[in-house]
Design a protein around this ligand. Structure first.
Ligand code: C2E
Ligand code: CA
Ligand code: CA
Length: 637
């Protein structure tokens, strides 16, 4: 038998001879061993030391007495074992081998550099060529190396993955041509307002025979073989087509997001490519959102910042997906002009019912809001999680609690209940009735002496409030007049006799209140926002004096995203406050009084609640819509 000159182990040729000599009805297990970092040890400590290490390893393997040990060359060894050994005992043997290897009697500084990667194959009939067995074994060894070294990998498991992947690779191009990659939509919902916030387009491989293949089967493979870039652009184009087909319908402006692999970052003209496709279908760029996963941000930061900036310049929305799933590059957030952070499902699962997790989540959400980014929480499955996430300050959710990803055809029915929910206005003209204009809500009078009197138009009325003690002679409104964090309130007020700090309108939230006061300090009117969670949480927008027996059009807008509150009198801004904290959940709403002060004396009409912040242009137009009416009589124009 030929032996290796260095280690005295049988060499490659001897291995083949031995194999051919085995009885034909026999089965074997085989191991392919490769020394990790052998080259490094050689470089650092010299060839002589490297040779000594190989000799030591050879003796070690031989000493294990597993079976026939051979050195193939370099730092590669093979062991053939008799298949009589039960298959399930093999992994244990290899594990022990890896442990014992580190305990070999050899110089520790050299030994600490190296380890073994082992590929294992079991129950092989010796009727097949040894080359086939060694090749599979080698593949398994390679897999072990790729997944981090100092470990072993079993061929059987690997085999199935490789097999499947080979099949998928064979089929993917044709599937693309046949249109088998389709989009499923998963809604993002505003949990507070039950309003549709947007949808995410997720790919599904709809196989003509096998049915739906979920992304977990093919995304990793496509990332490896590069096909993902084709898939992403295909999905993106399908989304553009879909958006185009929504023109003129109520779905028209729903933002749709698509996932973009990090491989696109190496394509310099990627943003231009996306832009050209959107143009072809005449889709607005700010209604298309690119989701890029967090892990990308660590690996390819410079490329990423460049591409994200370019996408933003062009007008696309960009979000960071799976935030919190890896090593969040928090510092990057300050340089990255993204619109939205999507908090990973795993992060939510590990923080619910955990005080520390809650603190972290709450702070991430606060930070994102400070940076003017939206926050979407992914993977919400239960009502408890809904409450938890809202209490942490996030309103937008994507998760099975609301809906699983669904075919486009099913989306329309789902969306029915979620479109146009929040942006509803509630108008109480108080023109002879306490019912809102759409008939959906009604105020209730508490007390006596309220009646309808002349309004701001020649043919309209207003509600007259006689004044009185606290919570006397008022109108109580339903709590769901405001369901959104951002809001606008518009009303016409005519004080008869003024009492300091009396509210014309008072909305109490779980965490504070908003009160419109015709007469506050120095006789000025004021809108007071209160954050009851802190001692000094008083936010007052003082404005001009309201004279008695004079009509004023008062508007307050609050934008929860920018945390800016603005007061308007007669169509013009009179005061503006920044950093006003968001109040949530209306507990009660009164016209003409509040919980603390005497009630209002005078007239009120044309009261409108909008569940969103309005801007100056809107307020100005609204004001003109009153004053430019032929019938307007409240004051001289
Ligand atoms: P993703 O971008 O994080 O998408 C959300 C995934 O979470 C979806 O899985 C969705 O079904 C799942 N999910 C949403 N809510 C819940 C929940 O409440 N509970 C649980 N258990 N799961 C929930 P899906 O559709 O299987 O997609 C998996 C991943 O594959 C996606 O994760 C995305 O990273 C990737 N992917 C899918 N389609 C594409 C594509 O066209 N291009 C690229 N680059 N990646 C894609
Ligand atoms: Ca995504
Ligand atoms: Ca995600």
């Amino acid at each position: 038998m030929e032996r290796d000159y260095l280690t005295n182990l049988p060499n490659r040729r001897s291995l083949y001879q031995y194999y051919l000599g085995l009885p034909q009805d026999m089965k074997i297990h085989a191991m392919f061993l490769d020394v990790d970092n052998f080259k490094k040890a050689n470089d650092i400590h010299g060839h002589n030391m490297g040779d000594q290490l190989l000799v030591c390893i050879a003796n070690f393997l031989q000493g294990k007495d597993f079976g026939f040990v051979a050195r193939l060359g370099g730092d590669e060894f093979v062991i053939l074992m008799d298949g009589i050994m039960p298959t399930n005992q093999v992994p244990g043997l290899v594990e022990q081998l890896l442990v014992d290897f580190k305990k070999m009697d050899f110089r520790k500084d050299v030994l600490s550099l190296v380890s073994l990667s082992v590929g294992v194959i079991r129950d092989q009939a010796v009727t097949q060529p040894l080359d086939d067995i060694l090749e599979k074994c080698d593949n398994a060894m390679y897999q072990a190396k790729m997944s981090g070294k100092n470990r072993y990998s079993l061929y059987s498991e690997l085999d199935s993955i490789l097999e499947v992947n080979r099949k998928l690779e064979k089929e993917m191009e044709e599937a693309m041509q046949n249109g088998d990659f389709q989009i499923y939509l998963q809604p993002k919902i505003n949990m507070v307002t039950s309003e549709l916030y947007g949808v995410e387009a997720l790919s599904r491989w709809v196989h003509p025979v096998e049915g739906i293949r979920p992304p977990k089967v093919y995304i990793d493979l496509f990332e490896k073989n590069g096909f993902i870039t084709k898939l992403d652009l295909h999905i993106y184009e399908e989304v553009c087509k879909l958006k185009a087909s929504w023109k003129g319908t109520k779905y028209e402006h729903i933002p749709v997001s698509v996932n973009m692999s990090r491989l696109h970052l190496y394509d310099r003209v990627f943003p231009e490519r996306l832009e050209a496709i959107a143009k072809r279908y005449e889709v607005e760029l700010p209604e298309l959102e690119m989701e890029i996963t967090e892990s990308t941000f660590v690996k390819d930061s410079d490329e990423l910042i460049a591409v994200v900036s370019k996408l933003k310049e062009k007008g696309f929305l960009v979000s960071i997906d799976d935030f919190g799933s890896g090593f969040s590059a928090l510092y990057l957030l300050k340089d990255l002009p993204v619109d939205t952070i999507k908090i990973d499902r795993g992060f939510l699962q590990s923080s619910t019912n955990d005080a520390r997790g809650k603190t972290v989540l709450r702070n991430i959400i606060t930070m994102c809001k400070d940076l003017k980014m939206d926050v979407v929480t992914e993977g919400i499955e239960t009502k408890e999680q809904v409450n938890f996430v809202i209490s942490c300050g996030c309103q937008i959710a994507q998760g099975f609690f609301y809906a699983k990803p669904m075919p486009v055809s099913e989306f329309y029915e789902f969306a029915e209940g979620y479109i146009g929910n929040a942006k509803d206005n509630h108008t109480f003209r108080l023109n002879g009735t306490l019912v809102s204009e759409d008939g959906s809500m009604e105020g209730q009078i508490t007390g006596q002496g309220l009646y309808f009197a002349q309004g701001i138009f020649s043919d309209s009325s207003s509600l007259y409030f006689p004044g009185g003690g606290q919570e006397e002679n008022i109108v109580v409104l339903p709590n769901d007049i405001i369901v959104s964090d951002s809001f606008t309130i518009s009303m016409w007020i005519r004080p008869k006799s003024v009492t300091a700090w009396t509210s014309a309108l008072f909305v109490k939230f779980e965490s504070g209140f908003c009160s419109i006061v015709p007469y506050a300090w120095e006789g000025n009117s004021c809108c007071r926002l209160r954050d009851a969670t802190v001692v000094n949480g008083w936010y007052d927008i003082a404005s001009c004096q309201f004279r008695e027996n004079t009509w004023y059009h008062y508007v307050i807008t609050y934008n929860a995203k920018t945390e800016v509150a603005v007061g308007f009198v007669n169509g013009e801004p009179v005061g503006r406050l920044e950093n006003v904290p968001t109040n949530r959940f209306v507990n009660l709403a009164y016209i003409g009084g509040d919980m603390y002060q005497p009630s209002f004396h005078g007239n009120i009409c044309e009261l409108i609640f909008y569940n969103e912040a309005k801007d100056y242009d809107f307020v100005k137009k609204l004001h003109l819509s009153y004053t430019e009416s032929e019938k307007f009589i409240a004051f001289d124009k």
